[in-house]
Design a protein around this ligand. Structure first.
Ligand SMILES: *Cc1c(COP(=O)(O)O)cnc(C)c1O
Length: 450
């Protein structure tokens, strides 16, 4: 009996490319990509035939369908839109602050063509890239001088490199923090070419501890906001105002790394604002642009003119400069802080009342026809306001497949969805979900329902 080799039934790449479906794919993805994908699909089929894992050899159209799936998968960007249902507003892993519409428009304007990035339109001479941003930063924060760089870590590194290189930086043992991703204050001081002098203990550092540590090489008294943790109980901390008075006596500088960049104090908040840190006498204050400031990734350096100006000529400034897109977004965000702060998404999210969050949870539940609405405690995140809980609402689901399997399916969805696991339930917190995201969120959640 003659048995035909099933491999012979597989069409050749060239034949497949002549099919009308392939022509359409070539138009969309490019001929080279289609050819490559077809080769890979055919190889996969050959392997399965050889392993007897394939009962029937697919025809040309079926092969093109497999090819299309592969092409779509390959053209999905690695960086994808994600619905943040964690309830953590400034989630560093999920990109921190979403930008205001005004900031997006400013970025698009600048990105699509040329702009006067380092060109002074009034004089026609070369200009500084942060020249137009600086007056705005001064106006909104009350600082005498301002500078912006690539991120908060760069801001503190630049400040210490310029002000303390070859000298000593005094820091409280309670503030030698790791911010995340291995970014530790002792390493930054070392990288800035300065020596770290630790004073006090983990829970208590008094003014006298700083005073006793001052020597001929001391340059900076550094104050670091604890950000992602709190020491509570038997504690003592020295305020910026006391440090500033001590620094003045000895001709030193006070640098305060505030981290999150709070502009207005929220009721009951323990976090100092940028303005308060400056008013307390810090020579320089640094913070991130994409935490409570609600802007793009950036680092702000604010403070006394002489101190800020001493950073301007430093070679590191060029290495950590802000790119034009972030600059456009930061300028637009600062204008909103000046004129319409309620339009900054982070401000809006943090100010949502429980009634609005409850209503949104009910809309999601209605779309889905499933789930239980529960009260939650959400957080600002990003090391901001760590001790402040925000009353919120979540939709809770008990996926029959188990929470880990369900979470994995949601991560693969388009857009991806990230919620919070609580025991054997998945929570989808409304604090960080926008009204416009509800339909997409419900579509994704249907994949984990029976
Ligand atoms: C977040 C943070 C930083 C780092 O800022 P990035 O913008 O993430 O580089 C530095 N210091 C403190 C206290 C922070 O909270």
């Amino acid at each position: 009996m003659h048995v035909e080799n099933p491999l012979r039934k597989l069409p050749q790449v060239q034949r497949l490319l002549e099919l009308p479906g392939a022509e359409q794919q070539c138009g969309q993805f490019g001929r080279a990509a289609v050819t490559g994908a077809l080769r890979e699909v055919l190889q996969g089929l050959r392997d399965r035939i050889a392993n007897k894992g394939l009962a029937e050899v697919p025809d040309g159209d079926a092969i093109l369908e497999l090819c299309e799936k592969r092409l779509v998968e390959q053209s999905r960007p690695g960086l994808r839109r994600t619905i943040n249902a964690t309830g953590v507003v400034l989630h560093t892993n999920l990109g921190r602050a979403p930008l205001a519409a005004e900031a997006l428009a400013a970025m698009a304007q600048v990105a699509a063509g040329y702009c006067n990035l380092e060109f002074d339109l009034a004089s026609g001479a070369r200009g500084s890239r942060t020249a137009s941003l600086e007056p705005l930063l001064r106006e909104v924060t009350g600082a005498e001088a301002a500078l912006a760089v690539n991120n908060g870590a760069a801001a503190i590194l630049l400040a210490l490199s310029a002000l303390a290189q070859g000298g000593e930086v005094i820091v409280s043992r309670g503030e030698l923090v790791e911010i995340g991703g291995g970014f530790r204050i002792p390493d930054v001081i070392r990288q800035g070419g300065a020596r770290l002098v630790e004073v006090g203990s983990t829970n208590k550092t008094r003014l006298a501890d700083y005073r006793a540590a001052i020597g001929p090489d001391t340059r900076v008294l550094l104050k670091v906001h604890q950000s992602n943790f709190r020491t509570i109980g038997f504690t003592a901390e020295t305020g910026i105002d006391e440090l500033a008075a001590l620094a003045r006596e000895h001709g030193l500088l006070v640098v305060a790394d505030l981290g999150s960049g709070l502009l207005r104090r929220t009721p009951g908040s323990l976090e100092p604002t940028l303005g308060e840190a400056l008013a307390a006498g810090a020579d320089l204050v640094t913070c991130s642009g994409d935490k409570l400031l609600g802007g793009p990734q950036a680092g702000l350096i604010l403070g006394r003119k002489e101190a800020v100006d001493s950073l301007r000529g430093h070679p590191l400034l060029r290495a950590v400069r802000l790119d034009k897109l972030s600059l456009a977004a930061l300028e637009a965000t600062m204008m909103l802080h000046r004129d319409r702060p309620e339009r900054v998404p982070v401000n809006r999210m943090l100010a949502q009342g429980e009634a609005g969050l409850q209503a949104r949870a009910e809309r999601l539940k209605a779309l889905l026809g499933s789930g239980e609405i529960i009260a939650t405690e959400a957080f600002a995140g990003g090391g901001s306001l760590p001790e402040e809980r925000i009353a919120s609402r979540a939709l809770a689901l008990d996926p029959a497949m188990g929470v880990e399997a369900a979470a994995k399916i949601l991560r693969q969805a388009t857009p991806a969805v990230v919620g919070r696991i609580a025991g054997d339930r998945l929570l989808f917190d409304m604090l960080t979900v926008a009204e416009e995201e509800l339909v997409d969120l419900a579509d994704a959640l249907r994949k984990i329902l029976p």
